[in-house]
Design a protein. Structure first.
Length: 224
């Protein structure tokens, strides 16, 4: 078997841990503390996150979409594929190295989505962007950490508390969608979304486009 080659590693802002970019033949992996966060061969649920969200808002023009977490660019690419030419997408990525990796090593995997003129990148905490304005977004798509139960950065958990969800609620336009990716289901999180005023769906998807692989959960929470 071809061994993994380390391409780069970087500190996680505000934490002691690191993220590591690895390559094996044409396959890429991003890991932390021995745990794989994402793999270039497994992105079906990331694609579904964007597709399910855009399906619910694409009848509008001039959409404003905020994506929390760049990853390997698959969620962004799927959002672009579903969006009109007048859509504006902001991607918030806390770890500058992840943006750098997408530009230098990973971009071809998702058809170079950062080169699209509809995209702006902010190297900052998505929670801070969400707090900035009310009724600003038609969709907020969160592919941050491991979902409601943070893995790489405990500060991410505040996105998923009742207070954090209320902030997202007010940041959305009426009819807007808060979409959240998670590696597993969480009934308590579903209840929190409902308690914060959202009309909520929890959808189970597979990790691979082929319908195989692990089960992941996507919440689609609509602001009435």
């Amino acid at each position: 078997m071809i061994p993994w080659e380390e391409i780069d590693r970087a500190k996680i802002p505000g934490q002691k841990g690191e993220v590591i970019l690895l390559k094996r033949d044409s396959e890429f992996s991003i890991r932390t503390a021995g745990t794989e966060l994402m793999n270039s061969r497994v992105h079906g649920s990331e694609d579904a996150l964007a597709e399910l969200t855009c399906r619910r808002i694409k009848q509008k023009s001039g959409l404003r979409i905020l994506i929390g977490g760049l990853g390997m660019g698959f969620t962004l690419a799927a959002t672009l594929e579903q969006s009109k030419p007048d859509t504006h997408i902001i991607v918030s990525e806390l770890i500058p190295a992840v943006v750098k990796w997408n530009r230098e090593h990973l971009g071809h995997l998702a058809r170079m989505p950062l080169n699209d003129s509809r995209v702006s990148v902010k190297e900052k905490d998505v929670a801070k962007i969400i707090k900035t304005k009310k009724s600003a977004w038609d969709a907020i798509i969160l592919d941050v950490d491991n979902g409601p139960e943070g893995l790489t950065r405990k500060a991410n958990d505040r996105l998923y508390t009742r207070s954090g969800l209320k902030t997202s609620f007010f940041a959305l336009c009426p009819g807007g969608i808060l979409a959240v990716w998670s590696s597993k289901t969480d009934e308590a999180f579903t209840r929190r979304l409902t308690q914060c005023g959202f009309t909520t769906e929890a959808i189970t998807v597979r990790a691979r486009k082929s319908g195989k692989g692990s089960h992941h959960t996507i919440w689609l929470a609509k602001k009435p």
